[in-house]
Design a protein around this ligand. Structure first.
Ligand code: OGA
Ligand code: NI
Length: 345
């Protein structure tokens, strides 16, 4: 990426001071159910983590560790190719799947390059954010010829992480006092996607960020990261940016905006960002669980009553998603749409 272009520079209040601080981190939860732990203990740990942090890590998650290793190797091999090669699968406004190197978060460019693919290929999305426009668009994956086996490894990873995604949604549902399958129907035509992130070393890590502060718009995100570190979470208790310590064999889980709305704010989607460094490149693989485009997202009826009325107006997920993603392609002059726009005050 060369010299640091103005487009990457964060405003002063959003820069990092690069101090490495040792502070209490997000919970680590073992998902294996041996005879010593019963499901209720696990459900309660998940509920507490969602409530206090919106973030946690899991081990014994069922995603084969060899596969995690394989996809990290495949991601590196893909990004190591020439720009010309990567641009053969470049995404654009018509097809947002594939390679991309100039994504913006809150109108500042991120110090990263990405490769995105859908779990369900093809997927369908509204063509525009306008509510009266019912034209649809088909999204489909673009696969590079190289590295060999890239596609196969990516698809196998998606299948395994999808299973974990359902398992976590079930545990979260139980933790809210709902039946385990309460959320499943929303994902029938899911728009979920996998992203390979590459954060190259940055000559000015104190000015730019790998990903600027943001909340994830989906229901749930599952992130695999390497041992470099850089992901930070805004700690709910005091607003301090807490580093998520790379933990071997663990996956990082976070609650997205949709669970915040479904749970009527029992669980909140928490801000996070990625700090870069001047020496080591970093790889991470988030999987974003998004419902079907036609789902109307609103607080679940079982969780609202007279004493605790809904805190959000219903919104159409597909329309919201299209409106929100407009800023990925160009720097907009205005703040992008957020779930707070649907908040009932
Ligand atoms: C994201 C994200 C975290 C990471 O892409 O939304 O938060 O560690 N990524 O790369
Ligand atoms: Ni994120």
């Amino acid at each position: 990426m060369g010299e640091v272009d103005q487009a990457f520079i964060q405003s002063i209040e959003h820069r990092t001071n690069l101090d490495t601080i040792e502070i209490e981190g997000i919970p680590l939860i073992d998902l294996s159910l041996s005879h010593t732990t019963d499901i209720n203990v696990l459900v309660s740990k998940i509920g507490t983590a969602c409530k206090n942090w919106g973030f946690f890590q899991v081990i014994n998650h069922g995603v084969p560790l060899e596969l995690l290793e394989k996809i990290k190797v495949a991601a590196k091999a893909f990004f190591d190719q020439t720009m010309e090669e990567k641009r053969n699968v470049k995404r654009d406004e018509v097809n947002p799947m594939g390679y991309y190197e100039s994504e913006h978060t809150k109108n500042v460019r991120d110090w990263k390059e990405v490769f995105d693919f859908l779990i369900k290929d093809p997927s369908f999305l509204p063509a525009s954010p306008e509510l009266e426009d019912d034209e649809m668009r088909t999204l489909s994956n673009q696969w590079p010829e190289n590295p060999p086996q890239f596609r196969e490894v990516c698809q196998e990873y998606a299948r395994e992480v999808e299973k974990l995604g359902y398992k976590l949604l079930e545990l979260i549902s139980l933790s809210l006092g709902l039946p385990s399958n309460r959320f499943n129907g929303y994902f029938e035509d899911q728009l979920s996607r996998v992203r390979l992130n590459h954060y190259p070393p940055c000559p000015c890590p104190e000015l730019a960020l790998g990903v600027g502060r943001h909340k994830d718009a989906g229901a749930l995100t599952i992130v695999a990261q390497d041992d470099v570190g850089g992901l930070q979470v805004k700690r709910k208790s005091d607003g301090v940016w807490a580093p998520v310590k790379p933990t071997s064999n663990a996956l990082v889980i976070n609650v997205g905006d949709i669970i915040q709305v479904w749970s009527n704010e029992a669980y909140e989607s928490v801000e996070h960002r990625v700090v870069v460094n001047s020496e080591r490149e970093r790889f991470s693989i988030p999987v974003f669980f998004f419902p079907s485009h036609y789902v109307m997202v609103k607080p679940l009826e079982e969780l609202v009553n007279e004493g605790s009325p809904p805190k959000y107006k219903p919104y159409n997920f597909g329309k919201f998603f299209v409106a929100r993603n407009r800023s990925d392609y160009k720097k907009l002059e205005v703040q992008n749409i957020q779930i707070s726009d649907f908040k009932i005050i």
